[in-house]
Design a protein around this ligand. Structure first.
Ligand SMILES: [Zn+2]
Length: 426
């Protein structure tokens, strides 16, 4: 105690602010990120960014102040902590065996018939206790943290019935209260697939009449904390009308709509989002021109998941056209047992190589815009005064190394709300 400030991040060769005073960036703005060369950042005792500027001006301004800790970042770059806009991190039972099948040419349907796919994850997740699921989640969050992620969107969706869906949301709520490094915004995804023995309309009724009322009860009781509702809008799964009914029911109890759309077939996702005023749509491999225009007008965030296209060898979503039309683009890892990726640097690299985004656009999409896609950009996603001091220190004088060195970029430290939560001793 007795210090004026908690932390000074001093003389970073690049301090990547991203942007000042904007909730998200669209179009050409995504290519113009703000960087302070030889920058210093001051963090207060609450873990909030108090001031930021050049080393020279900060040295002068704060010459009489004391700091609990000063970190010399000469030769290093500092970026905002990454925000992963789409994850499914609560599950039991990996699916490594399926990866071999798929590489040998098995289709989604072949895997399904062999007892694999989402049904495999659902049966394992149902059979796991809340504590077992929590114990599986924590190391995954730690691996995200090592890769610089400090905020995620995380979904339920491997229960498809009330009890397991609520169990998953309880696991996420517990992690968000007990795990310090990665903050969690949770999403209810009871409509992830049609449960065995039901048709789509019965499943929709179950969600609206049983699962959502129980979700509201537990939310009001403080046992779970979902902010969003999600549905897998797809041919043969939840189609347009069912999806609309489910999202509306979520909206009616105060959840934001953030759904899976246009992944395998064109399902008028953008159009639906415009109609309901949805915050975000993920995937969008098959989105239409009209859909993108509706998204730009709402605006609805496009949460793009390049790992899906990569793993499933699908066509990528039209990221360039979205940016041209002014759709706010965000990125997510889609971490799940089918796409086992916990790394946003790798996701940014894939976004550049496969989706033809430039490095600035990818970084904006993995920070400020991803934060905005989950309604967190007033406090997260950029290095601005008043926001949480969530940041990554890179042992490289140019920030682009985070993308260029794709699989194991030289992250030396990760801070969450001004606290050191990861450091690489090498
Ligand atoms: Zn997903």
């Amino acid at each position: 105690m007795g210090f004026d400030f908690k932390l000074k991040i001093s003389n970073a060769s690049q301090l990547v602010v991203i942007s000042k005073g904007k909730p998200f960036l669209i179009g050409k703005e995504m290519s113009n990120i703000e960087i302070i060369e030889n920058g210093t950042m001051i963090i207060d005792e609450n873990g909030i960014i108090f001031d930021i500027g050049t080393f020279k001006e900060m040295e002068e301004k704060y010459k009489d102040k004391s700091f609990e800790k000063v970190l010399d970042c000469t030769g290093k770059s500092v970026l905002p902590g990454f925000v992963d806009g789409h994850t499914h991190p609560v599950f039991s039972g990996d699916r490594v065996h399926e990866f071999a099948m798929k590489l040998a040419g098995a289709t989604y349907l072949d895997v399904h018939k062999a007892g694999g796919g989402i049904q495999f994850t659902i049966s394992h997740t149902k059979n796991s206790t809340e504590d077992e699921l929590y114990q599986l989640l924590i190391p995954r969050l730690n691996r995200m943290l090592k890769n610089g992620t400090t905020l995620i969107e995380a979904k339920s969706g491997y229960g498809l019935e009330t009890e397991t869906e609520m169990k998953m949301l309880k696991v996420l709520d517990r992690a968000s209260k007990q795990f310090q490094g990665v903050e969690i915004v949770s999403t209810y995804l009871g409509g992830h697939a049609i449960p065995k023995g039901m048709n789509a309309s019965e499943a929709t009724d179950d969600i609206i009449n049983k699962q959502i009322p129980e979700l509201k009860r537990l939310k009001d009781a403080g046992e779970i904390s979902p902010a969003n509702i999600d549905v897998f809008l797809e041919k043969g799964f939840f189609e347009y009308e069912d999806t609309k009914r489910i999202l509306q029911a979520g909206k009616d109890i105060g959840l934001e709509c953030n759904f899976h759309g246009d992944e395998l077939s064109y399902m008028k996702s953008g159009e639906l989002a415009g109609e309901l005023g949805c915050r975000a749509i993920s995937h969008l491999e098959k989105v239409s021109e009209d859909g993108m225009k509706a998204m730009a007008a709402t605006p609805t965030f496009a949460v793009l998941l390049p790992t899906t296209a990569y793993i499933l060898r699908l066509e990528c979503p039209p990221a360039r056209r979205m940016i041209e039309l002014g759709v706010p683009v965000a990125l997510g890892s889609d971490f799940n047992p089918n796409a086992h990726c916990l790394s946003m640097p790798f996701v940014m690299n894939l976004a550049c190589v496969l989706m033809k985004m430039n490095m600035n656009e990818s970084l904006v999409a993995a920070t400020l815009n991803a934060a905005a896609s989950i309604n967190k950009s007033s406090t997260h996603g950029s290095l601005e005064v008043g926001k949480f001091a969530d940041f990554v220190i890179l042992s490289a004088d140019k920030w682009e190394h985070i993308i260029y060195e794709m699989v194991d970029p030289p992250i030396s430290h990760v801070f969450k709300k001004g606290n050191l939560v990861f450091s690489n001793n090498n």
